[in-house]
Every structure is written in structure tokens, then in C-alpha cells.
Design a protein around this ligand. Sequence first.
Ligand code: FMN
Length: 191
Amino acid sequence: MTTFTAGYMVGSLARGSINRKLARALVRLAPNGLELREIPIGDLPLYSYDYDADYPPPGRALKDAIAAVDAVLFVTPEYNRSVPGALKNAIDWGSRPWGKNSFARKPTGVIGTSPGKIGTAVGQQHLRSILAFCNAPLMNAIEAYIEFTPNLVTDDGEVTNESTQEFLASYMNEFHGFITRVYTALPRSSG
Ligand SMILES: Cc1cc2nc3c(=O)[nH]c(=O)nc-3n(C[C@H](O)[C@H](O)[C@H](O)COP(=O)(O)O)c2cc1C
């Protein structure tokens, strides 16, 4: 079995982020053959195309980090029914300069949690639209809208509810299969 590496971006900068807890759970539940590492987004200045001629170190670090992984997983809250500004800013950095879009042909997945019943569903739809424009193959299903109940995931990523744990493990398994299929159809060496 081929081993793939997925970088994950956490869409929240909050110290107590429930999405960061979810990300820790996903790292623990990833199947053999899928390694995860974080792509940090918190040090990026606000993007402007004035930077395109000479990206500053945080912008370059982000693009290098995306280039170094086989896939990107977005673990994100929904802010005001959309994508948090920090995450949108990171995507804008990664997508530029024009012609050097880091997300092109990079398999992606989206997952998120909020205390609300619809568990980031609306924000994820916006993110899906953004990723489509960025030409990133996106796993359509399984969709994962996680309602965060108190202590659902501990600080170090242990899932306390068995059916949620099984679901998250199946999500990661499906993501691994999706990455494999993208690269089977389009080997990494081409275009
Ligand atoms: C600016 C802001 C906007 C929010 N908008 C939404 C929203 O649209 N839908 C939702 O379910 N929760 C919303 N919330 C509540 C978040 O789901 C909650 O703060 C959650 O903890 C955010 O995830 P995080 O802890 O990973 O940052 C919002 C929170 C903030 C700070």
C-alpha cells in the first residue's frame, strides 16, 4: 500500500479550538498509509497581491508546506455561516501568485465541528466552492458535519463517543482511498 502524507489546516486560531481537538482525533484515527502533519496558518499576514513579486517567509513557508504533501485536509469551524477569515487568507496565499496555485490538482478533504446542530455545514459549502475554483480535487463524500457536545473530544484528541469515533475513522479511511484514486488516475509525476 502506498503511503501518502496529508497536511491539515485548522481554520481556527483560538487557543481552546474544538476544531484543533478534532484535528488531533483525526491524526490518531488515520489509517496505516496516511500520515498527517499540520500546515500552520496563524503567522500569515493579510494577503495582498503586492506580495506576489516577493513572498515574505510565512507565505513561502505555506507554499512549501503544501508542495511537500500529497493532500490537504481542512478542519475548520464555520464563522458567520462561512469560512473563517484566517483560513480564507491562507487559501488566498496558497493560490497565488497567478500561475503558481499550490492547490491545483491537490486532493483535498473538508471536515469541521461546531456546537450547533448543523456542525459547520454551511461554511463547508462555501469552502467547497473555493476549492473548486482552486482546481483542487475534493472528496465529495463522506461529508462530515460534527456537532461538538461537551467533552466529545479530549484535549489530546481522544474521542469519547464510540459511534463518533467509528465515523471519524471511516472518514479518514475514505480520505485515504480518495487520495489513492486521485493519484491512480493522475500520477504525481504528471503536470
Ligand atoms: C466570529 C464567530 C462566528 C461564528 N459563527 C458561527 C456560525 O456561523 N455557525 C456556527 O455553528 N457557529 C458559529 N460560531 C460559534 C463557533 O462554532 C464556536 O465558537 C466554535 O467553538 C468555533 O470553533 P473553534 O473552537 O475551533 O474556533 C461562531 C463563532 C465566532 C467566534
